[in-house]
Design a protein around this ligand. Sequence first.
Ligand code: PLP
Length: 466
Amino acid sequence: MSLTNQPDPEARRRVVAQDLENVMHPIVQHRALETSQIVVTGGQGSTIVDADGSTYLDAMAGLWCVNIGYGRTELAEIAAEQMQQIAYYPHTAMNLPAARLGEQINTLMGGDYHTYFVNSGSEANEAGFKVARQYAKHEFPGQFRFKTIARHYAYHGTTLATLAAGGMGERKTKFEPYAGEFIHVPAPTCYRCPLGLESGKCGMACAKLIEATIQAEGPQTVAEIIVEPIMSAVGVAVPPDEYLPMVERICRKYDVLLHVDEVINGFGRTGKMFAHQHYGISPDIMAIAKGIVSAYLPIAATVVKNKVFESFLGEVAEARQVMQVNTYGGHPVSAAVAVRNIEIMLEEKLPERAATMGAYLMEGFKDRLFRHGITGDIRGKGLLIGIELVTDRESKVQLDGALVQGVVDFCKANGVIVGRSGGGTRHSNTIVLSPPLVITRTECDMLIEVLDKALEATVAKMNGAA
Ligand SMILES: Cc1ncc(COP(=O)(O)O)c(C=O)c1O
């Protein structure tokens, strides 16, 4: 049985039954899938198609990842060509597409980096933790630098170590306990400052706490700090401009590596190729995934500065080499597709486009959505945007979770997929948006229109309930 873009209700029913009977899905409740599900069969640009023929403007680009948009059939041809050449060989050897991809990434980063390939953002961060620890073993032999400083409400992946580094309770608690090597500090979630300070008058207290934490833990125990430049999942927390440069200065002062998670932020999403480039900082370790290949195939990477890479050089007997291997790391087919994906981004100037369309959306949202008293804050960079919903702007009390979910559901019922932040009772009240970078002005207008209507309906519901 094959599904096409032609609506076929009977085939769709069979797929749903087959799936519910046999498949265990991530993060969604299966009971919910019984009554409402998408059976995706096609996509073009920013639009996906369901087997029932309905279309949705996907303002989340899948899971924040289809940066160049759906339906780029030329990537299928590249994958087929590469499979006919050589589909796979382990990356202990070299292959053409991975070498070219490494060169592309190094060029985008200014030429002082080497790239280690893995398959997912989680693995990219996980390898980053290990690189930091191994580097510390080489460079600080008398010390025991193994700790990673991370931030509350961060999300860095789904493996045990990346969950431990993360700071999202609802994602973590089912799997506790974790080993204690990840030390958490408050994040620059400025609309709800964890330190109760006022934005612009806080003296960057949260960044200063990082230094205090390193001192308290003992600098000789700290290997690295991990930051996502703009925290995405918690509701798009854009840090003040001074924050990341301050974090970098602290890293340099204590010989702690700066590990930057660009899994969502990277590849044009925020209006530059990498989000850290907005802040003039220079990562020692950088995790990339998602936009590297716009999710056409799985590939991800841990990119390390040459000063780190050089620490892994030596005689074979010294055993300084990277002490891990991923079977599919540097997969030639994924790498070939990623190479073309990055070329497309550069040819079509998609980071610049994200800046322009992001500004257009922000203006439209600010113009239309603040008329609803439940719009607390609208923030973002490029095409990474969060709209925080509150009961009223004065009190900033988080809008009730069912009402926030109602906004998401209203949008879906009206042909638009939007996301919702995680972050427990403190931060789960933001509508998050991360559309393909090819989104058009007409689609932006539709997004603004549908969200406006969704908030209007929510306010009406609240008034009706009062
Ligand atoms: C910032 C960040 N880091 C890491 C990851 C993990 O990536 P993956 O799901 O590919 O393992 C994610 C996933 O959404 C993410 O948002």
